[in-house]
Design a protein around this ligand. Structure first.
Ligand code: TEU
Ligand code: CA
Length: 561
């Protein structure tokens, strides 16, 4: 395999609005991030992905960009951005921007021009279509609810297309001029020195531009956005052209947010000549998805979760690298989602971190994951900011659920669970802001915060630091980066275990997710205990047996027979 500069790196995701507020307006900002770079460095982070920091009306929290060449004033200035870039370079870190180009904001000047004159030069940048018999051109449901077609104000029977909110009109990737504008913009940022991009909702750029109706899947007579995406084709060519005109020229790191990929396309996406360097593995997140919304989420099942993780690892093994996450800004907190109640403790949190960070692939740590942040408790729909949560609440109510039941679904799944401000201290506003935070702060900051964990050698934070350091150590970086992933003890309930092996080394990672103690037959000799999530790090093993308490995780350097 050809070696790439980003192999073996550790990445993190920052959601700027909720990271650190440097000026007391209640909104995290670039200066705030700059002031925390040493913290990130101490955690061992090499690559930082910033959720969007471009100018935006923030209808979808920055995923609605009104100027691709400007920094949102809420976050600071272009000068602040350049300082951030320079300060990261100084520390040997790489900055990855969020590339949101399936759509822009309805306040972007392209769209403003287009809507003024849909037949004019900017009309081609979007999808304008005539309605059918007084209805929208087709029966597509947008991701955030309602039709994907919005009437053009003042124009009878003309609509524009938006897969997400109506303030996020889709850009027409079949228009060569538009594509060139996008490539130009990407190259402008790469010239500036960003190391690459996380690429938002990219499968959505392919369309069947005849926009046929599909069978309805809900009482609204519409069909889901997933159906719409999966019926379109031709993404491969589009992504190749994108890569050749931009990323490839700069040896950039790219990570795709890819949903609805056809299974046989993995090689094309992340193989050596792939469209992207890597893409996120969402298999564990999609596992419990409900058919009609969050209210139908299926219960979490450990065995199915383990299978999903292992299957993804096996599929990627001979192809390339996936990027591993337990959470991001669209998902609830991993601790609340993947751990049973008895395991939502520091030990359980470390266990989840151990199995996630030592998988084969590029680990992405989402802000706050390294201190074990959890879902918040939301009391009323008014506490939420997220556009998707408001829609999901409505869907649940319309399906006949009570306010309490709908709120339960939102508590479990809301994207705002990951967006509550970072918990820096046990002091006022969790040390996030001196003003009023833009979103509710999780009251558990008194128990879960960076400052306390800095001072506690047994904290989740210090454990994460050790895990990252182990992964990057001279001795083991080869095996953790390029080593094989081999599942083990799959026949045992509640055990999640695998080897990472190369010619010289066999590492065994074992975790007991059950309530009961477990005893495992070892298939080699333990040379050394590399990690343990137990307080005194004493691991109970003999020549051929390993005994694990509930929620115990160990990493063993093995000598195989
Ligand atoms: O997400 C794409 C996407 O498909 C999500 O909308 C997902 O289906 C949803 O979050 C589940 O609740 C990306 C961004 O990550 C997300 O934050 C944006 O809202 C979206 O694109 C639109 O830009
Ligand atoms: Ca601020």
């Amino acid at each position: 395999m050809e070696k790439k500069w980003w192999h073996g790196k550790i990445a993190c995701q920052i959601y700027p609005k909720s990271y650190y507020d440097s000026n007391g307006d209640g909104i995290g900002d670039l200066q705030g991030i700059i002031s925390k770079l040493d913290y990130l460095k101490a955690l061992g982070i090499d690559i930082v992905w910033l959720s969007p920091v471009y100018r935006s009306p923030f209808v979808d929290q920055g995923y609605d960009i009104s100027d691709y060449y400007e920094i949102a004033p809420e976050f600071g200035t272009m000068e602040d951005f350049d300082t951030l870039l320079a300060e990261m370079k100084k520390r040997g870190m790489y900055l990855v921007m969020d590339l949101v180009v399936n759509h822009c904001s309805s306040e972007h000047k392209w769209f403003q021009e287009a809507i003024r004159d849909p037949e004019g030069p900017y009309g081609k940048y979007f999808y304008f279509r005539k309605g059918k018999d007084g209805h929208a051109p087709s029966n597509y449901r947008s991701y955030f609810g309602g039709s994907m077609w919005e009437p053009v104000p003042g124009r009878e029977d003309l609509y524009y297309y938006h897969a997400f909110a109506k303030e996020q009109p889709d850009l027409n990737w079949y228009c060569p001029e538009l594509r060139n504008k996008i490539y130009e913009m990407i190259n402008w940022w790469l010239e500036k020195g960003v190391a690459g991009f996380r690429i938002d909702a990219i499968i959505n750029i392919q369309k069947d531009t005849t926009f046929p109706d599909y069978p309805a899947d809900g009482p609204d007579g519409l069909c889901s956005a997933d159906t719409v995406v999966s019926r379109a084709s031709g993404i491969g060519e589009m992504l190749e052209e994108l890569k050749v005109h931009t990323f490839q020229k700069y040896d950039a790191f790219t990570v795709g947010e890819v949903f609805n990929m056809k299974e046989e396309e993995l090689q094309e996406f992340i193989g050596e000549q792939g469209h992207f360097s890597t893409m996120f593995d969402f298999s564990q997140h999609l596992l419990t998805a409900g058919e009609h919304g969050w209210y139908e989420q299926r219960p979490f099942c450990f065995e199915a979760w383990r299978d999903a993780l292992f299957t993804a690892q096996e599929k990627a093994a001979s192809v390339g690298f996936l990027s591993n996450i337990i959470e991001n800004h669209d998902e609830p907190r991993g601790v609340s989602r993947f751990l049973p109640a008895y395991a939502q403790t520091p030990a359980g949190t470390k266990m989840l971190g151990t199995v996630n960070l030592l998988l084969r692939g590029i680990p992405f740590i989402y802000q706050g994951q390294e201190i074990g942040m959890k879902n918040a408790k939301w009391n009323s729909i008014d506490e939420f900011d997220d556009i998707s949560t408001k829609d999901q609440y409505q869907i649940a109510r319309e399906a006949g659920l009570s306010d309490r039941e709908a709120m339960e679904a939102c508590n479990r799944m809301s994207r705002d669970n990951a967006r509550t401000p970072m918990q820096w201290t046990s002091g006022e506003n969790a040390g996030f802001t001196k003003g009023t935070a833009w979103l509710k702060i999780n009251p558990d900051y008194k128990e879960i915060n960076v400052e306390d964990q800095e001072n506690n050698p047994d904290s989740v934070l210090n454990y994460y630091r050790k895990l990252v350091a182990l992964r990057k150590s001279d001795e083991f970086k080869n095996v953790f980066t390029y080593g094989e992933f081999i599942p083990e003890y799959e026949e045992m309930d509640d055990i999640l275990a695998f080897y990472r092996t190369d010619a010289a080394t066999s590492i065994l990672v074992v975790a007991n997710f059950g309530t009961d103690a477990a005893s495992i037959e070892l298939k080699g000799n333990v040379k050394r205990v590399l990690m343990s999530n137990q307080k005194n790090e004493t691991v109970d093993y003999t020549k051929n047996r390993l005994n694990l308490k509930s929620c115990e995780a160990v990493v063993l350097d093995m000598e195989m027979e």
